[in-house]
Structure formats: C-alpha cells, structure tokens
Design a protein around this ligand. Sequence first.
Ligand code: NAP
Length: 332
Amino acid sequence: MKAVLWTAYGPPDVLCMGEIEQPVPKGDQLLIRVYAAGVTLGDCELRSLSFPLWLRLPIRLYAGIRKPTRITVLGQEFAGVVERVGPDVKGFQPGDSVLGGTGMTMGSYAEYICLSEAGSGAALAPKPANLPFAQAATIATGGLEAIHFLRLAALRPGERMLINGSGGSIGTYALQMAKRAGAVITAVDSGEKLDFLRRLGADEVIDYTQQDFTRSGRRYDVIFDVVGKSHYGRSLECLTEDGRYLIANPTPAHMMRSAIKRGGRRVYTKVSARQSADLVALAQMLERGEIKPALDRCYPLEEAISAHRYVEAGRKKGNIALIIAAESEQTT
Ligand SMILES: NC(=O)c1ccc[n+]([C@@H]2O[C@H](COP(=O)([O-])OP(=O)(O)OC[C@H]3O[C@@H](n4cnc5c(N)ncnc54)[C@H](OP(=O)(O)O)[C@@H]3O)[C@@H](O)[C@H]2O)c1
C-alpha cells in the first residue's frame, strides 16, 4: 500500500512516498481504508523532534534512537471505512464509516491503518453521515483535547474565558464548545487569524504579537493555554477568585507548580486520555451542527511535504487534511 514514509528526524523533506505492506487485523483490530488524514502541529514537532530537551530522549527511545524505526509513518488522526475486522471486534463491521485518533502509534498517512477497537490510546467513533471525510479526519487530535479540558473547566453561562492559541486545532474546537456553553470568549492568536476567530464566535480578540494578555489588567474565569506559552504567575493573577487555568501543552515546571494551592484558583495540566466515548460525543455534536471542523486546506497524500511546510509556517487556520482516496471513491 502507498504511504508517506518518515525517514529521518528533520525538515519536511525527510518525508517521501513509498510502498509498505498492508497490515492484517488480528484479535480486536480493525483494518481501515483511510480516506483522509489530518496533519497536525504535533506531527511536525515529532518529525523534526522539536521538543524541549527533557522530552527528546524519551521520544527517541520510543520512535527510534538515530532515526525513526518503530514509527515510520506519521499521522495521528483520520477518517475512512472499515475494510476488515479481527474476530474479537464487537462494535464495528466492514463498510462502517469511521473517524479516529491513533494515539502515539501514529500511521494515518497511508492507504490503510490497523487499530485496536479498545484502548492503547487510540479512539474510534462512527463518522456522521453529513460530515465529509476530509473534515471528519481533523477532529480527533484537537477535539479530544478541547472536550477534555472544557470538562475540567466546568464553565457556567456568562463566565469569561480566554483561549491562548485559539486559531489552531485544539483552539478552534475549544472556542466553539465554550461559546455553546454560554461563555464570553477572548481569543488570542496571531494577527492574520483574528477575523477568522471572530467569525468562529470570539467576542474579543488579542494579537499576541502585539499585546500580552497577562498585562491587560483584565480578569477571566477560565484561561485555557493551548500552547503552554503564557506566563504562569501572571496568568494566575488574571484569574477570578475561583478561576481555572488549563494548560494543554504543559512543561514539567507547570506540572510541579500546579500542585501548589492558590486559594480557590485551580490549575489543570493533565492531558486527555483520548477515550472513544469522548470522540463519539464530539461526532454527535458535529452531526447536530453544534460545532464544525475548521478546515483550512486539503493536500493530496503525495504533497505531504507541502502540507507540513504550511503547518509549521504557522499559517493554518484550524485544520489541514491529506486526501488519500479519490473523491469518486468517497461516500459521505
Ligand atoms: N498534550 C497533548 O496530548 C497534546 C495534544 C494535542 C496537541 N498538543 C500540543 O499542543 C500544542 C497546540 O496544538 P494545536 O494542534 O492546537 O496547534 P496549532 O493547530 O498549531 O495551533 C496553535 C495556535 O497557537 C498559536 N500560537 C503560537 N504561539 C503562540 C503564543 N505564544 N501565544 C498565543 N498563540 C500562539 C499559533 O499561531 P501562530 O503559529 O500564527 O503563532 C496557532 O494558531 C502543540 O504543541 C501540540 O503538539 C498536545
């Protein structure tokens, strides 16, 4: 089968088209024909090993010391159709349209992927019939993180919420869900994304390249720092007495400091466990039209290098998808 191979740690050019063996589903595994795969910032960070020093060694131990050997195909989210199932699969059958996230095993930049029905960080859900595959492919990564942190935030209608890094995968889902929960949203991102964020429902916008929200004197009930780049101490000072500070991309320092009590203020740094139940809930919200995937651009699988360049240039608004099956083969 065709796949985009990840040949080395480095720039987008380390990706190349290749042929690998089609996996065979065993036990509780499903073989899924991938119609579209999301391209996330996380894929680019893994490809180039763009992590803080403390994370680089564990990632190399996991993916391959000198070059990627255990993981050779990137891609952590997708939508497609179940082709075959192992003998122990209970909830899906061949022909079902699904969307999913792979967890740390990756592998969705390929014509087929094999995943367990239950567990090991992967999440699967039926694809809503009214959602095209390209959109459905871009839900799992950002959507699961957003639904998890919004549950922790326990927003009440009328509360003020600031989302730092609103314009990307996690942020666009979080913004829409928080708006539906009745929050008043301040969206923070770079200047060229601010109109897009207003259209998505933001009540106020801040260009982080021009203004530091922690120095504005404004108070928020919830600060959701998607990118983990806000100043920790000053962000806490911007919270109301029972405010919540959510950090989706925490450093060890964030995690240690979050254990220190600050009156009624709470800090959450635990990331999503990526459960299928959450993905099913997200798919239902999308089916009802309560939220929508913000799909910026699609690229053919063969242009994965261009897709990675676009993502890491910081220009994407929402999400990017690789199209793997021809339009004529797709059914929605
Ligand atoms: N914890 C987990 O399991 C988990 C899961 C998913 C993602 N993540 C991580 O979380 C981070 C965000 O993920 P994502 O998929 O939402 O990324 P994304 O789609 O690239 O969105 C991030 C957004 O934040 C903006 N941004 C960058 N620096 C900023 C700053 N200093 N202040 C405010 N906004 C800023 C970016 O805009 P510009 O580029 O224009 O500046 C971009 O619009 C990534 O590092 C990803 O690896 C973690």
